[in-house]
Design a protein around this ligand. Structure first.
Ligand code: 13P
Ligand code: SF4
Length: 319
């Protein structure tokens, strides 16, 4: 609409005025993704967002995603200003892993290497030996396992269980879950696959094991988009946030996408297949944060320095 085009134009001007660049996740509004791409920013999975923000010379990073993504950007670039459309954009994995309880758990298992998912607070990362994202969790844990290390894993239990099953590593798992992916149901997925025998299944590893067991491809958002393009199937069943369909449809025009089934229908299940925190990122919020320098991520510098070490380790491993 004209309103959206006008808002996008205003944001372009503000990005230039503020020497700012937009770093967006695949789950945010399609308009925001388009704008990031059209203005030299990035749309990516959480690893790519971290790397892009670290390497880009802009003085201000505007992160369209959830809070841990903004915090990671700030940790990696303490001299840059990091803004977000809404600082209340959290994540159920982050909320379900409070730093004091996590520290107690680590204290109780001093013999284990601590590996945490990127979807955590700076304080939890500061206690970790390694940070991982979904795109490199398997490779990293396989490597640690090969070196004989035993692992303490937090917070996502489904991703942890998947990595444990694939690598055979000795892992103790924190029992967190993503409220979006936790809703996908294996039995209903079996029925859907029976109804569409030519379909293939793409699943994010935050989904339950009953879903992952039926997936043709398990991977990060970027890896799933690439699979949507490459797989030789007319129909794809997608077990992740439906925000990803914007990019999948662009990359794989002509294919049909079906949302993997959840227990509730859209009337009863508000967060089904779309993250309520990712949904807080819209054009109006972006314009506001840039106009006023509002919603800046500020972290205690000493804490940020401690959190940086395990993130740097991850990025070195990934490079
Ligand atoms: P990706 O790293 O795969 O983009 O996942 C981030 C996330 O929050 C998934 O729910
Ligand atoms: Fe967190 Fe799930 Fe939302 Fe990703 S989709 S940000 S894991 S709540």
């Amino acid at each position: 609409t004209a309103g959206r085009a006008e808002a996008a134009q205003r944001i372009r001007a503000l990005l230039a005025r503020e020497n700012a660049v937009l770093v967006a996740h695949y789950y945010v509004d399609g308009d925001v993704q388009e704008l990031a791409e059209a203005t030299g920013g990035c749309v990516g999975d959480s690893l790519e967002m971290a790397r892009f923000g670290r390497d880009h010379p802009a003085a201000t990073l505007v992160v369209a995603g959830v809070r841990f993504m903004g915090e990671t950007a700030k940790i990696l670039s303490p001299a840059k200003r990091v803004l977000m459309p809404d600082l209340d954009a959290s994540c159920s994995l982050d909320l379900g892993c409070p730093a004091p309880a996590f520290a107690d758990w680590c204290d109780a298992h001093p013999d284990r290497t601590v590996v945490v998912y990127a979807n955590t607070s700076a304080a939890v990362k500061a206690r970790a030996d390694w940070v991982v994202t979904s795109s490199i969790a398997l490779d990293l844990v396989a490597d640690l396992h090969a070196r004989g290390e035993k692992i303490l894993w937090a917070p996502d239990r489904h991703l942890g269980r998947y990595v444990q099953a694939q690598t055979g590593a000795d892992m103790l798992l924190w029992q967190g879950a993503c409220l979006v992916h936790d809703e996908f149901k294996g039995t209903e997925l079996e029925l859907m696959r029976a109804a569409y025998p030519d379909a293939r299944v793409l699943a994010h590893p935050e989904s339950p094991s009953s879903v992952l067991a039926q997936a043709d491809v398990v991977g990060s958002t970027t890896q799933l988009i690439e699979a949507a393009r490459c797989l030789d199937a007319p129909r794809l069943i997608v077990a992740t946030d439906q925000g990803i369909l914007h990019k999948m449809r662009q990359r794989a025009p002509g294919k049909t996408f079906l949302a993997a089934p959840t227990a509730g229908d859209s009337a009863t299940c508000k967060s089904c297949a779309h993250c309520p925190w990712m949904a807080m990122n819209g054009l109006a919020g972006l314009a506001h944060t840039l106009e006023h320098g509002a919603n800046e991520i500020l972290l205690d510098p000493a804490l940020a320095r401690r959190a940086k070490a395990p993130i740097d380790r991850m990025l070195d491993f990934a490079d």
